[in-house]
Design a protein around this ligand. Structure first.
Ligand SMILES: NC(=O)c1ccc[n+]([C@@H]2O[C@H](COP(=O)([O-])OP(=O)(O)OC[C@H]3O[C@@H](n4cnc5c(N)ncnc54)[C@H](O)[C@@H]3O)[C@@H](O)[C@H]2O)c1
Length: 327
Protein backbone atom coordinates (compact mmCIF):
# COMPACT_ATOMS: atom_id res chain seq x y z
CA UNK A 1 0.00 0.00 0.00
CA UNK A 2 3.07 2.24 -0.12
CA UNK A 3 1.85 2.98 -3.64
CA UNK A 4 -0.44 5.69 -2.25
CA UNK A 5 2.32 7.70 -0.56
CA UNK A 6 2.30 11.25 -2.00
CA UNK A 7 -0.30 10.29 -4.61
CA UNK A 8 -2.97 12.85 -5.50
CA UNK A 9 -6.42 11.39 -4.90
CA UNK A 10 -9.88 12.84 -5.57
CA UNK A 11 -12.82 11.29 -3.73
CA UNK A 12 -16.24 12.33 -4.98
CA UNK A 13 -18.82 11.96 -2.20
CA UNK A 14 -15.95 11.91 0.29
CA UNK A 15 -17.97 13.26 3.22
CA UNK A 16 -20.32 10.28 3.05
CA UNK A 17 -20.08 6.84 4.60
CA UNK A 18 -17.77 4.99 2.22
CA UNK A 19 -15.87 8.09 1.07
CA UNK A 20 -14.93 9.23 4.57
CA UNK A 21 -13.71 5.80 5.68
CA UNK A 22 -11.65 5.61 2.50
CA UNK A 23 -10.32 9.15 3.06
CA UNK A 24 -9.06 8.28 6.55
CA UNK A 25 -7.16 5.21 5.34
CA UNK A 26 -5.69 7.03 2.34
CA UNK A 27 -4.50 9.93 4.50
CA UNK A 28 -2.87 7.43 6.88
CA UNK A 29 -1.13 5.89 3.86
CA UNK A 30 0.35 9.29 2.97
CA UNK A 31 -1.92 10.22 0.04
CA UNK A 32 -2.95 13.83 -0.62
CA UNK A 33 -6.72 13.62 -0.59
CA UNK A 34 -9.19 16.12 -2.05
CA UNK A 35 -12.89 15.58 -1.37
CA UNK A 36 -15.69 16.95 -3.52
CA UNK A 37 -19.13 16.70 -1.94
CA UNK A 38 -22.28 18.84 -2.22
CA UNK A 39 -23.68 17.67 1.17
CA UNK A 40 -26.90 16.47 -0.44
CA UNK A 41 -29.68 16.61 2.17
CA UNK A 42 -30.93 13.33 3.72
CA UNK A 43 -27.83 11.46 2.57
CA UNK A 44 -24.68 10.46 4.37
CA UNK A 45 -22.49 13.58 4.33
CA UNK A 46 -21.24 14.61 7.75
CA UNK A 47 -18.19 16.78 8.47
CA UNK A 48 -17.65 14.79 11.66
CA UNK A 49 -16.92 11.75 9.47
CA UNK A 50 -13.51 13.18 8.57
CA UNK A 51 -12.82 14.90 11.92
CA UNK A 52 -9.72 12.85 12.70
CA UNK A 53 -8.02 13.89 9.45
CA UNK A 54 -9.63 17.29 8.84
CA UNK A 55 -6.30 19.13 8.89
CA UNK A 56 -4.85 16.79 6.31
CA UNK A 57 -7.52 16.83 3.57
CA UNK A 58 -8.85 19.44 1.18
CA UNK A 59 -12.63 19.65 1.12
CA UNK A 60 -14.36 21.24 -1.85
CA UNK A 61 -18.08 21.73 -1.27
CA UNK A 62 -19.39 21.55 -4.81
CA UNK A 63 -21.47 19.44 -7.09
CA UNK A 64 -20.10 16.81 -9.44
CA UNK A 65 -22.54 18.16 -12.04
CA UNK A 66 -20.57 21.41 -12.17
CA UNK A 67 -18.29 21.04 -15.19
CA UNK A 68 -16.03 23.97 -14.28
CA UNK A 69 -15.37 22.64 -10.79
CA UNK A 70 -14.75 19.13 -12.02
CA UNK A 71 -12.41 20.32 -14.80
CA UNK A 72 -10.33 22.00 -12.14
CA UNK A 73 -10.53 19.20 -9.54
CA UNK A 74 -9.39 16.32 -11.75
CA UNK A 75 -6.19 18.07 -12.81
CA UNK A 76 -3.03 16.40 -11.50
CA UNK A 77 -4.90 13.54 -9.80
CA UNK A 78 -3.53 10.00 -9.88
CA UNK A 79 -6.68 8.26 -8.64
CA UNK A 80 -10.35 9.21 -8.65
CA UNK A 81 -12.68 7.25 -6.37
CA UNK A 82 -16.14 8.07 -7.70
CA UNK A 83 -18.57 7.65 -4.79
CA UNK A 84 -20.84 10.69 -5.10
CA UNK A 85 -24.31 9.56 -5.91
CA UNK A 86 -27.99 9.71 -5.21
CA UNK A 87 -28.05 6.55 -3.10
CA UNK A 88 -31.58 6.43 -1.75
CA UNK A 89 -33.61 3.72 -3.53
CA UNK A 90 -36.92 5.12 -2.33
CA UNK A 91 -36.02 8.71 -3.30
CA UNK A 92 -34.98 7.53 -6.76
CA UNK A 93 -38.63 6.61 -7.40
CA UNK A 94 -40.00 9.78 -5.76
CA UNK A 95 -37.61 12.12 -7.52
CA UNK A 96 -36.32 10.23 -10.57
CA UNK A 97 -34.92 13.23 -12.41
CA UNK A 98 -32.62 14.07 -9.53
CA UNK A 99 -31.41 10.47 -9.49
CA UNK A 100 -30.71 10.57 -13.23
CA UNK A 101 -29.02 13.96 -12.98
CA UNK A 102 -26.65 13.03 -10.18
CA UNK A 103 -25.88 9.42 -11.05
CA UNK A 104 -25.72 9.70 -14.83
CA UNK A 105 -25.14 13.37 -15.72
CA UNK A 106 -22.79 13.75 -12.73
CA UNK A 107 -20.77 10.73 -13.82
CA UNK A 108 -20.63 12.00 -17.38
CA UNK A 109 -19.45 15.44 -16.24
CA UNK A 110 -16.63 13.76 -14.30
CA UNK A 111 -15.70 11.64 -17.30
CA UNK A 112 -15.72 14.66 -19.62
CA UNK A 113 -13.52 16.52 -17.14
CA UNK A 114 -11.07 13.62 -17.31
CA UNK A 115 -11.24 13.36 -21.10
CA UNK A 116 -10.29 17.01 -21.53
CA UNK A 117 -7.99 17.54 -18.56
CA UNK A 118 -6.41 14.33 -17.33
CA UNK A 119 -6.54 11.03 -19.16
CA UNK A 120 -3.86 9.52 -16.93
CA UNK A 121 -5.97 9.33 -13.78
CA UNK A 122 -7.31 5.92 -12.76
CA UNK A 123 -11.00 5.72 -11.88
CA UNK A 124 -12.61 3.42 -9.33
CA UNK A 125 -16.39 3.51 -9.66
CA UNK A 126 -18.70 2.41 -6.82
CA UNK A 127 -21.68 0.68 -8.40
CA UNK A 128 -24.20 -1.53 -6.70
CA UNK A 129 -25.27 -5.17 -6.56
CA UNK A 130 -28.72 -3.71 -7.31
CA UNK A 131 -27.65 -3.58 -10.97
CA UNK A 132 -28.50 -7.30 -11.17
CA UNK A 133 -32.10 -6.94 -9.98
CA UNK A 134 -33.85 -10.17 -8.94
CA UNK A 135 -31.40 -13.07 -8.82
CA UNK A 136 -32.08 -15.92 -11.23
CA UNK A 137 -29.11 -17.90 -9.92
CA UNK A 138 -27.29 -17.77 -6.57
CA UNK A 139 -24.58 -16.88 -5.77
CA UNK A 140 -24.61 -14.06 -8.33
CA UNK A 141 -21.52 -13.77 -10.51
CA UNK A 142 -20.62 -10.92 -12.87
CA UNK A 143 -22.19 -12.69 -15.88
CA UNK A 144 -25.60 -12.76 -14.22
CA UNK A 145 -28.29 -10.82 -16.21
CA UNK A 146 -28.75 -7.17 -15.23
CA UNK A 147 -32.43 -6.36 -14.79
CA UNK A 148 -32.50 -3.58 -12.17
CA UNK A 149 -35.66 -3.27 -10.07
CA UNK A 150 -35.60 0.45 -9.23
CA UNK A 151 -34.33 3.60 -10.93
CA UNK A 152 -31.37 3.94 -8.56
CA UNK A 153 -30.06 0.63 -9.85
CA UNK A 154 -30.81 1.60 -13.49
CA UNK A 155 -28.84 4.84 -13.19
CA UNK A 156 -25.96 2.98 -11.49
CA UNK A 157 -25.86 0.46 -14.32
CA UNK A 158 -25.93 3.25 -16.91
CA UNK A 159 -23.15 5.11 -15.06
CA UNK A 160 -21.07 1.92 -14.96
CA UNK A 161 -21.46 1.50 -18.72
CA UNK A 162 -20.44 5.13 -19.32
CA UNK A 163 -17.31 4.63 -17.22
CA UNK A 164 -16.41 1.53 -19.25
CA UNK A 165 -16.99 3.37 -22.55
CA UNK A 166 -14.53 6.10 -21.49
CA UNK A 167 -12.06 3.38 -20.53
CA UNK A 168 -12.46 1.68 -23.89
CA UNK A 169 -12.63 4.67 -26.22
CA UNK A 170 -10.63 7.38 -24.46
CA UNK A 171 -8.21 5.14 -22.56
CA UNK A 172 -9.19 6.48 -19.12
CA UNK A 173 -8.33 3.46 -17.00
CA UNK A 174 -11.36 2.51 -14.92
CA UNK A 175 -12.63 -0.31 -12.79
CA UNK A 176 -16.24 -0.82 -11.74
CA UNK A 177 -17.30 -2.42 -8.46
CA UNK A 178 -20.76 -3.83 -7.84
CA UNK A 179 -20.89 -3.46 -4.11
CA UNK A 180 -23.17 -5.38 -1.77
CA UNK A 181 -24.93 -3.91 1.31
CA UNK A 182 -22.19 -2.34 3.39
CA UNK A 183 -22.38 -1.30 7.05
CA UNK A 184 -20.22 0.14 9.78
CA UNK A 185 -18.96 3.38 11.37
CA UNK A 186 -19.76 6.78 9.74
CA UNK A 187 -22.98 5.70 8.06
CA UNK A 188 -25.81 8.16 8.66
CA UNK A 189 -28.44 7.12 11.24
CA UNK A 190 -31.21 9.56 10.23
CA UNK A 191 -33.74 7.28 8.55
CA UNK A 192 -34.24 3.75 7.24
CA UNK A 193 -34.66 4.49 3.52
CA UNK A 194 -31.25 3.07 2.67
CA UNK A 195 -28.57 1.38 4.78
CA UNK A 196 -31.05 -0.66 6.76
CA UNK A 197 -28.28 -2.56 8.59
CA UNK A 198 -27.18 0.61 10.38
CA UNK A 199 -30.82 1.46 11.07
CA UNK A 200 -31.20 -1.89 12.87
CA UNK A 201 -28.18 -0.94 14.97
CA UNK A 202 -29.71 2.39 15.90
CA UNK A 203 -32.99 0.75 16.92
CA UNK A 204 -31.17 -1.81 19.07
CA UNK A 205 -29.01 0.85 20.71
CA UNK A 206 -32.14 2.90 21.47
CA UNK A 207 -33.70 -0.24 22.99
CA UNK A 208 -36.54 -0.10 20.49
CA UNK A 209 -38.17 -2.66 18.20
CA UNK A 210 -36.19 -3.56 15.07
CA UNK A 211 -38.72 -3.59 12.22
CA UNK A 212 -38.02 -6.65 10.03
CA UNK A 213 -40.11 -6.65 6.85
CA UNK A 214 -42.27 -9.72 6.14
CA UNK A 215 -41.00 -13.02 7.57
CA UNK A 216 -37.41 -11.71 7.46
CA UNK A 217 -36.15 -14.65 5.42
CA UNK A 218 -34.81 -12.63 2.49
CA UNK A 219 -31.07 -13.22 2.20
CA UNK A 220 -28.40 -10.55 1.83
CA UNK A 221 -24.66 -10.33 1.80
CA UNK A 222 -23.46 -7.81 4.40
CA UNK A 223 -19.95 -6.37 4.10
CA UNK A 224 -18.08 -4.45 6.78
CA UNK A 225 -16.74 -1.04 5.70
CA UNK A 226 -13.10 -1.81 6.58
CA UNK A 227 -13.21 -4.73 4.17
CA UNK A 228 -14.73 -2.56 1.45
CA UNK A 229 -12.05 0.11 1.89
CA UNK A 230 -9.25 -2.46 1.67
CA UNK A 231 -10.95 -3.86 -1.43
CA UNK A 232 -11.06 -0.43 -3.10
CA UNK A 233 -7.42 0.27 -2.30
CA UNK A 234 -6.21 -3.13 -3.49
CA UNK A 235 -8.28 -2.90 -6.66
CA UNK A 236 -6.92 0.57 -7.44
CA UNK A 237 -3.34 -0.71 -7.43
CA UNK A 238 -4.01 -3.85 -9.48
CA UNK A 239 -3.28 -3.10 -13.14
CA UNK A 240 -5.15 -6.20 -14.43
CA UNK A 241 -8.34 -5.00 -12.70
CA UNK A 242 -8.81 -2.02 -15.04
CA UNK A 243 -11.48 -2.29 -17.72
CA UNK A 244 -13.33 -4.88 -15.66
CA UNK A 245 -16.39 -5.22 -13.44
CA UNK A 246 -16.16 -6.96 -10.04
CA UNK A 247 -18.60 -8.10 -7.41
CA UNK A 248 -17.66 -7.01 -3.91
CA UNK A 249 -19.26 -8.85 -1.02
CA UNK A 250 -18.65 -11.58 1.52
CA UNK A 251 -20.39 -14.41 -0.38
CA UNK A 252 -22.04 -15.34 2.93
CA UNK A 253 -25.87 -15.22 2.92
CA UNK A 254 -27.57 -13.91 6.07
CA UNK A 255 -31.32 -13.36 6.50
CA UNK A 256 -32.66 -10.04 7.80
CA UNK A 257 -34.20 -11.94 10.70
CA UNK A 258 -30.92 -13.57 11.73
CA UNK A 259 -29.17 -10.23 11.34
CA UNK A 260 -31.66 -8.47 13.62
CA UNK A 261 -31.33 -11.25 16.24
CA UNK A 262 -27.55 -11.03 16.15
CA UNK A 263 -27.60 -7.25 16.57
CA UNK A 264 -29.91 -7.52 19.59
CA UNK A 265 -27.67 -10.19 21.11
CA UNK A 266 -24.49 -8.12 20.65
CA UNK A 267 -26.03 -4.76 21.64
CA UNK A 268 -27.73 -6.32 24.67
CA UNK A 269 -30.78 -4.11 23.98
CA UNK A 270 -33.61 -3.89 21.43
CA UNK A 271 -36.18 -6.40 20.29
CA UNK A 272 -37.00 -8.02 16.94
CA UNK A 273 -40.44 -7.19 15.52
CA UNK A 274 -42.09 -8.17 12.23
CA UNK A 275 -43.80 -5.58 10.09
CA UNK A 276 -45.41 -5.47 6.63
CA UNK A 277 -43.39 -4.20 3.67
CA UNK A 278 -44.33 -0.64 2.75
CA UNK A 279 -45.54 -0.34 -0.84
CA UNK A 280 -42.47 1.77 -1.74
CA UNK A 281 -40.16 -0.93 -0.38
CA UNK A 282 -41.96 -3.80 -1.99
CA UNK A 283 -41.67 -2.17 -5.41
CA UNK A 284 -37.86 -2.06 -5.35
CA UNK A 285 -37.13 -5.24 -3.32
CA UNK A 286 -35.17 -7.66 -5.55
CA UNK A 287 -35.25 -10.67 -3.16
CA UNK A 288 -32.35 -12.91 -2.17
CA UNK A 289 -28.82 -11.86 -3.05
CA UNK A 290 -25.34 -13.02 -2.21
CA UNK A 291 -22.27 -12.51 -4.32
CA UNK A 292 -19.89 -14.85 -6.05
CA UNK A 293 -16.57 -13.09 -5.39
CA UNK A 294 -14.25 -15.53 -7.13
CA UNK A 295 -13.27 -13.01 -9.85
CA UNK A 296 -12.02 -10.35 -7.43
CA UNK A 297 -10.32 -12.97 -5.27
CA UNK A 298 -8.44 -14.27 -8.29
CA UNK A 299 -7.44 -10.98 -9.93
CA UNK A 300 -7.12 -8.55 -7.01
CA UNK A 301 -6.30 -11.19 -4.35
CA UNK A 302 -8.79 -9.50 -2.04
CA UNK A 303 -11.15 -11.28 0.29
CA UNK A 304 -13.12 -10.02 3.30
CA UNK A 305 -11.67 -10.61 6.76
CA UNK A 306 -14.09 -9.16 9.31
CA UNK A 307 -16.79 -11.50 10.65
CA UNK A 308 -20.36 -10.29 10.99
CA UNK A 309 -20.11 -10.49 14.79
CA UNK A 310 -16.90 -8.46 14.90
CA UNK A 311 -18.28 -5.89 12.44
CA UNK A 312 -21.44 -5.40 14.50
CA UNK A 313 -19.41 -5.04 17.67
CA UNK A 314 -17.06 -2.44 16.17
CA UNK A 315 -20.00 -0.52 14.71
CA UNK A 316 -21.81 -0.38 18.04
CA UNK A 317 -18.60 0.69 19.81
CA UNK A 318 -18.17 3.55 17.33
CA UNK A 319 -21.72 4.87 17.79
CA UNK A 320 -21.57 4.51 21.58
CA UNK A 321 -18.61 6.88 21.53
CA UNK A 322 -19.99 9.27 18.88
CA UNK A 323 -23.75 9.05 19.26
CA UNK A 324 -24.38 12.78 19.44
CA UNK A 325 -22.87 13.30 15.98
CA UNK A 326 -25.26 10.88 14.28
CA UNK A 327 -28.59 10.75 16.18
N1 LIG B 1 -23.32 1.87 1.26
C1 LIG B 1 -23.62 0.83 0.51
O1 LIG B 1 -24.06 -0.23 1.02
C2 LIG B 1 -23.41 0.88 -1.00
C3 LIG B 1 -23.63 -0.29 -1.73
C4 LIG B 1 -23.45 -0.23 -3.12
C5 LIG B 1 -23.05 0.93 -3.73
N2 LIG B 1 -22.86 2.06 -3.00
C6 LIG B 1 -22.47 3.29 -3.72
O2 LIG B 1 -21.35 3.89 -3.09
C7 LIG B 1 -21.42 5.30 -3.21
C8 LIG B 1 -21.28 5.94 -1.82
O3 LIG B 1 -22.35 5.51 -1.00
P1 LIG B 1 -22.40 5.81 0.56
O4 LIG B 1 -23.03 4.64 1.20
O5 LIG B 1 -21.11 6.30 1.05
O6 LIG B 1 -23.50 6.97 0.56
P2 LIG B 1 -23.52 8.35 1.37
O7 LIG B 1 -24.88 8.94 1.21
O8 LIG B 1 -23.02 8.16 2.74
O9 LIG B 1 -22.47 9.21 0.54
C9 LIG B 1 -22.74 9.76 -0.72
C10 LIG B 1 -22.13 11.15 -0.74
O10 LIG B 1 -22.30 11.70 -2.05
C11 LIG B 1 -22.57 13.07 -1.89
N3 LIG B 1 -23.22 13.55 -3.11
C12 LIG B 1 -24.44 13.21 -3.58
N4 LIG B 1 -24.72 13.88 -4.71
C13 LIG B 1 -23.63 14.64 -4.97
C14 LIG B 1 -23.31 15.56 -6.00
N5 LIG B 1 -24.18 15.82 -6.98
N6 LIG B 1 -22.11 16.18 -5.96
C15 LIG B 1 -21.23 15.94 -4.95
N7 LIG B 1 -21.49 15.09 -3.95
C16 LIG B 1 -22.67 14.44 -3.95
C17 LIG B 1 -23.46 13.14 -0.67
O11 LIG B 1 -23.51 14.45 -0.09
C18 LIG B 1 -22.81 12.11 0.24
O12 LIG B 1 -21.85 12.69 1.09
C19 LIG B 1 -22.75 5.62 -3.89
O13 LIG B 1 -22.53 5.85 -5.24
C20 LIG B 1 -23.56 4.35 -3.69
O14 LIG B 1 -24.49 4.16 -4.73
C21 LIG B 1 -23.03 2.06 -1.64
Amino acid sequence: MNTFKDKEVLITGGLGFIGSNLTIDLVELGAHVTIVDNMLPRQGSNLFNIKEVEDRVRVNISDIRNQLSMNHLVKGKDYIFHLAGQVNHVDSMRNPLQDLEINCVGTLVLLEALRHNNRDAKVIFAGTRGEYGASVKLPVNEDHPTNPKGLYAVTNLAAEKMVLVYDDIFGIKSVCLRITNTYGPRHHMMHDEYGVFNWFIRKAMDNEEIPVFGDGHILRDFLYIKDLVSCMLMTAITDEAYGKVFNVGTAIPVSFLDLAKKIVEIAGTGKVAHTEFTQERKEVEPGDYYADISRIKKIVKWFPKVSLEEGIKQTIDFYRKNKKEYW
